[in-house]
Design a protein around this ligand. Structure first.
Ligand code: SF4
Length: 118
């Protein structure tokens, strides 16, 4: 099993999750974070640190967030690894309670399409 970063992280990217992770499995994209499922040891240290509640164990993912399991897996191969907390995105506090943000992942999904066709 693995933990998964979901839609609520988009346009926020607070990165508090990076601090407790013992195995450095977070990767940072332009709009949000992802977890490398091949590195995650399923320790549950990160989920409670996320200020927007974006991180779930894969077996507990809400039905409308299941797509993020694949998004995390694929984008963790593209986004750079992040080892320390960084600044949240500029408008993070404006976006933290907004739902339905997956369409803001457009740039990332272009990367994803490139990765699929590679
Ligand atoms: Fe890292 Fe543990 Fe969270 Fe996996 S569950 S991302 S190993 S802190």
């Amino acid at each position: 099993m693995t933990f998964v970063v979901t839609e609520q992280c988009i346009k926020c990217r607070f990165t508090d999750c990076v601090i407790p992770c013992p195995v450095e499995c977070f990767h940072e994209g332009p709009e949000f974070m992802v977890i490398d499922p091949e590195v995650c040891i399923d320790c549950n240290a990160c989920a409670t640190e996320c200020p927007v509640g974006a991180i779930y164990q894969d077996k507990d993912l809400p039905a409308d967030q299941m797509v993020f399991k694949d998004i995390n897996r694929r984008l963790s191969k593209i986004y750079p690894q992040v080892l320390e907390k960084t600044n949240a995105l500029e408008e993070a506090y404006k976006w933290r309670d907004v739902m339905g943000k997956i369409h803001y992942l457009n740039a990332s999904l272009d990367d994803l399409n490139s990765e699929i066709s590679a």
